[in-house]
Ligand binder design. Sequence first.
Ligand SMILES: O=C(O)CCC(=O)C(=O)O
Length: 246
Amino acid sequence: MPMATAADLEYRYCGMQNRGVLTLQPTTLSGRDGAIDDMSLLTNGARWIPGFLTRADQEELVRVVRAVVAQAPLYTPAMPKTGKEMSVRMTNCGILGWVTDKAGGYRYQATHPVTGDIWPAMPELISELWHRLSGVDFEPEACLVNFYSEGARMSLHQDRDEETFDAPVISISLGDSCRFRIGGTSRSDKTTSFRLNSGDALVLGGDARLAFHGVERIYPGTSTLLKSGGRINLTIRRVTVPDGGA
Ligand SMILES: O=C(O)CCC(=O)C(=O)O
């Protein structure tokens, strides 16, 4: 699968030094298919790579995700303690999956909370994306598949249920665009938001590994990738400390 190389990505990356302070970096660079936003938002350790996946790459990835969902259906997670249902539906692939419910709270587990089956294996393509984007040589263990229909959102949070934060979280957007918000490592840090489009990748590593982030809204009808609309987000993660450390 032809994807951007490290050299392709290099030019859109620049880490900002001000921890917790968000900076918009104007850039005149265009993306692989020439249809890229003119801004890259980058906190220290965060990389936004607009247009990382070509349309053909995206279609292939959707086929892969559909195969995952056929084995491990999307379900509606619930918040710890309150049991309030989330608006995003979820599933996972990999040896571990991120789940949440009223009784058990946020956690990783090896089985689907509704079917009780182990999660589908990490597809090769998702593993390849991890290796292209993460800069680490150990394997990812979890890929959380989020599905947003019109009206779904995800409130500001940190990804901190993993045993190690040394590996980045890799995020891939497919389908309708969304308004994504990111801040610093304290909830009270300044935040800023920008539009994530289908095929964009986001890497939360370094100081941004524990950055607060969330999805404010979906822009329905902004992509033809998913026949019935909506947005898929994949976050690919390492959960346990690899042998020999991360
Ligand atoms: O949908 C997104 O872009 C973000 C997903 C997310 O924040 C998460 O799964 O923790």
